[in-house]
Design a protein around this ligand. Structure first.
Ligand SMILES: [Zn+2]
Length: 259
């Protein structure tokens, strides 16, 4: 009986020894392999709080350099006397009168016209580059008919026109006749007006004189007048607000004439 008890105890001891050896050996092995597989994690430094992306710093020379696509023509910024862009070409878009634009704007407006057509919208322009002399004639005519105060609200003085940059165009619906829609705020309701407001930025154009921004741009709402500034900036302006202005975005002085 005692022998049986002792041998049973021995068996238990052997088993216990075996188990402890097993865990001592293989347990360590596991720990080692774990360490090998997963290197000790070093403390990751906390990410610094993201700083807001600063508005792009623009070299102010780009607003006066006539080669720049950001050249400014408004009632506070006159173009150099007798300025004529050197790269005027005829854009591939329907026109009610022969138009020319600076090459980069012409290329973009042609691409925009093709894209609009794919959406069933047929863009047409009636005026793009206007020379200083032509602008003088236009302004004098308005001045003679309505007085200079009224003329200043509907036409630029020579040297101050966005059209003289060769980067702007006026869009018309239909045959371009003055039917109460063309050169009228209600142009915004036309197929062209709607399409341009939502898509022009994709081709680098902005609505140059948005609604309710006369004190900033110097002009009443012109949903038909678009200005090329390049896709990057046009998109940034559109994404800020569909009626955000060039003057606000670039912090450029605008408003009325100084005198
Ligand atoms: Zn215009």
């Amino acid at each position: 009986m005692l022998r049986k008890l002792l041998s049973a105890l021995l068996v238990v001891l052997v088993v216990l020894l075996g188990v402890s050896v097993y865990f001592t050996f293989f347990g360590k092995q596991d720990a080692v392999s774990e360490r090998t597989a997963e290197p000790e994690v070093t403390a990751v430094p906390e990410e610094p709080a993201p700083t807001p992306t600063p508005e792009p710093t623009i070299d102010p020379a780009l607003f006066t350099d006539t080669d720049s696509l950001l050249i400014v023509a408004n009632k506070k910024h006159k173009l150099p006397d007798g300025y004529v862009p050197a790269d005027l070409v005829t854009p591939d878009i329907a026109q009610t009168a022969a138009c020319t634009m600076r090459a980069p704007a012409a290329e973009a407006i042609a691409e925009m016209s093709r894209a609009a057509a794919e959406d069933g919208v047929y863009l047409k322009i009636s005026s793009a580059y206007r020379g200083e002399d032509y602008q003088r004639t236009l302004y004098s005519g308005y001045s003679a008919s309505y007085g200079s105060e009224t003329a200043d609200t509907i036409s630029s003085r020579p040297g101050y026109s966005d059209h003289q940059t060769g980067l702007a165009a006026d869009f018309v619906e239909g045959d371009g006749s003055l039917n109460g829609i063309n050169f009228n705020p209600s142009f915004e309701e036309t197929a062209s007006g709607n399409w341009l407001r939502e898509h022009a930025h994709e081709y680098g154009f902005i609505m140059r004189y948005p609604k309710d921004k006369q004190e900033i741009t110097g002009y009443a709402y012109e949903p038909w007048h678009f200005r090329y500034i390049g896709v990057e900036y046009a998109t940034a302006i559109y994404e800020t607000d569909v009626f955000y202005t060039f003057e606000e975005f670039f912090d450029v002085e605008g408003g009325d004439y100084a005198d």
